[in-house]
Design a protein around this ligand. Sequence first.
Ligand code: NDP
Length: 228
Amino acid sequence: MGTYLITGIGRGIGQELARVLLLRGDRVIGTVRDPDGASAEWDGFIKNGQLKLLSLDVRDGGSIKEAAKRLDEPLHVLINNAGIIGPDRQSTLDMDFDGFLDTLNVNTLGPLRTVQAFLPHLRRARAAKIVTISSRMGSISYAKSDRIAYRASKSAVNKVMQGLATDLREDGIIAISVHPGWVRTDMGGSGADVSVQDSADGIIKLIDGITPGNSGGFFDWQGKPVSF
Ligand code: NDP
C-alpha cells in the first residue's frame, strides 16, 4: 500500500485512477480545481481518511505550493494527470498563440511545477515514482500535424520527464511518461477505443511494475514502450 498524489481527479482518467487505487486500499491525495464541486462519491473515502482533497490549478505555481504545504507525509507516487487539449485553432498555418502558450503552461510546465513542489514529499518515500500522463500524439517520430499545440506540449513534457529521470536518479526516484490509450473521456470523446476502466487498470499495473531501469522511458497503458 502506498500514497499516491493524482492531479485532476474530478473526471476522466484521473477520477478512475483515484477510484481504483482507493478501492484496493491505497491512500490518495487527489487534486481538483473546485473542491466545492467535488463528487459526493468521495465522501466515504474522505471520512475514513483514505482520501485527502487538495485544491490547485497547475497553471498557478502559488496554488501548488500552498497545496504542498498542506501535506506532511511521504509520497510514493505522483501522477501528473491534469491536462487540456488546447485551443480550437492550433494548426501550424493558423495558430491561436495565446492558446498555444496556455497549453504549454498546463501540459508541460504544470507537471514540472507539481514535481518541484512535492519533491520533498517524494524524497521522504523510498524509491518514489513520478508518472506523467502524456500522449503518443507527442511522439516526434509520428509525423501527424493536427492539434500541433497539444502534440508539442506532450513532446516537451516527455523531455522534461526524461530530464527529471536523470536529475533524480541519485535520489532513487523514477520518472516515466505514459500514453493512456485513446480513452472515452470528455477529452477523448465517445468514439475512443479504450474505456477509462481499462486505461486506469493498465496504468496502475504499469506503475506497480516499473523499476529504476525503466526511468526516463515512455510506455503505453499496456506496458509497451512508445517511441519518443
Ligand atoms: P478530461 O478532459 O476528461 O479531464 C481533464 C482533467 O484535468 C480534469 O480533472 C481537469 O479538471 C484537469 N485539469 C485541466 N486543466 C487543469 C488545470 N489547469 N489545473 C488542474 N487541473 C486541470 O481529460 P482525460 O481524463 O481524457 O485526460 C487526462 C490526461 O490524459 C491528460 O493529460 C490528457 O492529455 C491525457 N490523454 C488523454 C487521452 C484520451 O484519449 N482521453 C489520450 C492521450 C492522453 P477540471 O474538471 O477542473 O477541468
